[in-house]
Design a protein around this ligand. Structure first.
Ligand SMILES: *Cc1c(COP(=O)(O)O)cnc(C)c1O
Length: 819
């Protein structure tokens, strides 16, 4: 059983007991406060990372009922948390790893450790499927392969498992040794080597050598001979190996050739002197390689060939991402088609529970397949999980979950099949709910997802939340310690969706948010955002709401200050931000206003100025550096004057995204990050380091073949100079597709190829030239994204990325995803 007493914990980690309460065993390990599900039996490790600090969540977790903590600094904790057991260690992360290593040491089942640059997660999932008839496999959930993910994965090992598969990912030297000690693989698979995480290593050889450390104790290592660097390293190590190859005769498993037939790849191979063939249900190179890794392992284990083909036929692509989508009646859907096992369900429920509460939490769940557990036990566990994650409404679909319906409390409904649910589906019964849709593939839950998304038209803006966090961390890495971060989420978070972005920023503990208007701030508060929010342009008639929702106004003129003071109660305290004009000449006070400004403020001591700031007019262009430097100097002088006149210190800030990159010595107390967060870099020098966040996609509505000389669209502007194939796509200027893209100025991507706009862009659609591109009705069209950048498109029509991003109309549905 996964259980550990506090005394064992102390012995394993060598920590110091700060306080010990009557011992209750540790059953769950927690490192991310958002993922708390069962407080009783949970041990929280307060881990200090580069961007977050677990110690900041102790109080919240204690309030939620957690009573066991591993911490790095004990300052006065005993007094604060009288009922808790607390262990102090040098490094909470190392303590977590030690606990996992201790746990692992108690099991003697075969364990496969997988590393390599690509394919780890897919091979792991496939192998688990391919082995599952004989083995009860425990595996890393999703891609839990990091210094934290691996210990949490290994902690799942339990007495009923007969086989373990864990993946290990590293980004720098020294990491693999630690993962090896936790996973202790008895078999290994080295998938391949590519350029991911190159920056952490001197060269590829060093990276291979580091990865090889996972296999120090394995009995047998599987790899593909064709990867020369891997082969050399294995040879040098002397580790016994089982190899496969596409063309090198020395391999244990040798391919003789392959042909593509429909959606399958037929491979011919020799193994132990005999020839065989196998149909792999994929045609892309990466999937075929992943399938061949799996084949090698199955053959070596002696799997029967007929069974092998049978199981291979049922392999499915692994859905790596979990999507959050806007849906009917103010609902949000979390759409998770990842393997529907208990670990996958638990992760998806974590995500559901981590969303700020708005309306009900609903779960639509199918039968769980292939768990290897008796149904009784399985559905009791599912019921416990849903209860712990505060699921308020459960819709169970499938005969098995239906049969166990009585195990679930609260609002429940059960259907024998997806079709039965859809027949009775009534959109009016769902309102402002956060709905998790989680079904095994055979249940075809994509139809349920469709029913929840009123299909206005097929145009969506996909927002990559991982990229957003990457960009946030990139800018954070540029800040001096102690410099605060305000993030601009004005204009619907630059078009990306305010509440979802703000929610993520709140979790990642930025210091401030800023919006343009009071209503934007109110909406964030109504969605559970509690961070301080500055409102840049509060109108006099919105001041009452400002107070009601604890929003902090930017005050930029004497008129606005007088209006504000007129609404301020004498016995309530208020926070404001003073904007200074240092050359932008948009909003802000100048020195002439100071006498009157400070006179007014002196008479209203309940109003506190928390910050003063200014904005650079040309931070992104070297051409304006002299002007920027003048602004920076002016601001420092004026801000000093503000502090002197007020008689107290306040936050001073002037840098926007471009400023953070180009004038790092002027970070002062805070910076204001905007466009860079969304993956666009206006100075050009940082674009490489950022990841594009948004992809705008639409679909083809119709294909037409037109003759030379015919014309396309309004005013007959699109003239066919030769015979052409034209696709009408479902996006127009009302969606934010700028009319300036008309007549070839704009291009879109279809099957990775560029198709120029032909004729004028219409309101809801436009036409593109797809001559020579194998395009069909319903095909996906990328309007902008990683391969067709906003920067390029903006240049094509003489505008800036900001405008293209914020113009995407709110009628375009946003889909948020993370891997
Ligand atoms: C929008 C805005 C920013 C952010 O600018 P970016 O160029 O997007 O980084 C900073 N400060 C103020 C006052 C703004 O209005």
């Amino acid at each position: 059983m996964r259980m550990l007493t506090f005394h064992q914990l102390q012995a394993i980690t060598g920590g110091t007991l700060v306080q010990l309460q009557p011992d209750s065993p540790v059953v769950h390990l927690l490192t991310d406060s958002r993922k708390l599900s069962q407080p009783a039996g949970t041990l929280f490790f307060a881990i200090r990372g580069r961007h977050n600090d677990g110690h900041l969540y102790l109080e919240q977790l204690y309030k939620q009922g957690v009573r066991q903590f591993v911490v790095e600094d004990p300052t006065d904790l005993a007094g604060l948390y009288p009922e808790a057991s607390i262990l102090q260690v040098q490094s909470s992360l190392e303590a977590l790893q030690a606990v996992a290593a201790w746990h692992r040491a108690q099991f003697h089942v075969p364990v496969l450790g997988i590393t390599g640059s690509n394919g780890k997660t897919i091979v792991k999932e496939w192998l688990a499927q391919l082995l599952s008839p004989e083995e009860l496999v425990v595996k890393s959930p999703r891609s839990y392969n990091s210094q934290i993910g691996v210990p949490l994965s290994v902690w799942q090992l339990d007495t009923n498992h007969t086989f373990g598969i864990f993946e290990a990912g590293i980004s720098q030297l020294g990491e693999m040794q630690k993962l090896q000690q936790i996973i202790r693989p008895t078999f290994g698979l080295f998938t391949n080597i590519g350029s991911a995480h190159d920056e952490g290593f001197k060269d590829q050889n060093q990276k291979v050598a580091e990865k090889m450390k996972l296999f120090g104790e394995v009995e047998l290592l599987f790899y593909c001979l064709d990867h020369k660097l891997i082969h050399n390293a294995v040879q040098a190590s002397g580790i016994p190996a089982f190899t496969w190859s596409r063309h090198l005769p020395g391999a244990d498993l040798l391919m003789l050739g392959s042909t593509v037939s429909g959606h399958k790849t037929i491979v011919n191979y020799t193994f132990r002197g005999e020839q065989h063939s196998l149909a792999i249900p994929f045609t892309d190179e990466a999937s075929v390689e992943n399938a061949l890794h799996s084949l090698a392992i199955l053959l070596q284990r002696g799997t029967n060939l007929t069974a092998l083909q049978d199981r291979m036929d049922r392999l499915q692509p692994v859905a790596m991402r979990l999507e959050m989508k806007e849906a009917i009646n103010g609902c949000y859907l979390i759409d998770d088609t990842y393997n529907n096992d208990l670990a996958g369900l638990s992760i998806a429920l974590d995500l559901l529970a981590s969303q700020p509460k708005r309306g009900r939490r609903t779960l639509i769940l199918s039968d769980l397949l292939e768990s290897g557990m008796p149904e009784e036990k399985l559905y009791s566990e599912v019921a416990a999980l849903t209860k712990a994650h505060q699921v308020e409404r459960l819709i169970g679909i499938g005969p098995t979950i239906q049969a166990h319906g009585s195990k679930f409390g609260g609002d429940t409904a059960f259907y024998a099949s997806t079709a039965e649910f859809l027949e009775q589906f009534n959109a009016g019964q769902f309102r402002n709910e956060m709905v998790l849709v989680k079904g095994a593939r055979v249940f075809g839950f994509e139809k349920i997802v469709q029913a929840f998304q009123q299909k206005v038209h097929g145009t969506v803006l996909e927002v990559n939340l991982d990229a957003l966090v990457h960009n946030l961390n990139h800018y954070r890495s540029k800040l001096a310690s102690g410099t605060k971060l305000m993030v601009m989420v004005k204009a619907f978070a630059y078009g990306s969706g305010s509440f979802e972005v703000a929610n993520l920023l709140q979790f990642h503990r930025v210091d401030y948010l800023a919006v343009a208007y009071v209503d934007e701030g109110v909406s964030l508060r109504e969605h559970g955002i509690t961070l301080p929010i500055m409102v840049m342009n509060p109108s006099p008639d919105s001041l009452a709401k400002l107070h009601q929702f604890s929003l902090e106004p930017e005050i930029y003129s004497l008129e606005l200050l007088r209006d504000f003071l007129a609404t301020a109660q004498p016995d309530t305290s208020y926070k404001i931000h003073l904007k200074l004009d240092t050359g932008m000449h948009r909003l802000g006070f100048t020195e002439e206003d100071f006498d009157e400004l400070f006179d007014l403020l002196a008479r209203h001591p309940q109003v506190r100025v928390v910050s003063t700031f200014s904005h650079l007019a040309g931070a992104d262009e070297a051409l304006h550096d002299d002007f920027s430097k003048m602004q920076l100097q002016n601001f420092r002088a004026l801000a000093a004057e503000v502090e002197k006149r007020l008689g107290y210190t306040l936050l001073k800030h002037i840098l926007n995204s471009a400023g953070i990159v180009r004038f790092p010595e002027h970070q002062l107390d805070m910076v204001r990050l905007g466009i860079g967060l969304y993956g666009v870099e206006s100075t050009g020098s940082e674009q490489e380091a950022l990841q594009p966040v948004s992809t705008l996609k639409t679909t083809i509505s119709q294909i037409k073949h037109i003759r030379q000389g015919e014309t396309v669209g309004y005013s007959r502007k699109g003239i066919a100079d030769t015979d052409k194939t034209i696709a009408t796509i479902a996006i127009g200027y009302a969606d934010g597709y700028d009319r300036r893209f008309s007549n070839g100025a704009g291009e879109v991507l279809i099957h990775g190829r560029r198709a120029p706009v032909i004729g004028n862009v219409c309101m809801d659609m436009c036409m593109v030239d797809v001559t020579g591109i194998p395009a069909a009705v319903g095909d996906e069209v990328t309007v902008f994204g990683p391969q067709l950048t906003l920067v390029e498109l903006a240049q094509r029509i003489g505008t800036i990325s900001y405008e293209l991003l914020t113009n995407v109309s709110t009628r375009v549905k946003r889909i948020f995803f993370s891997e």
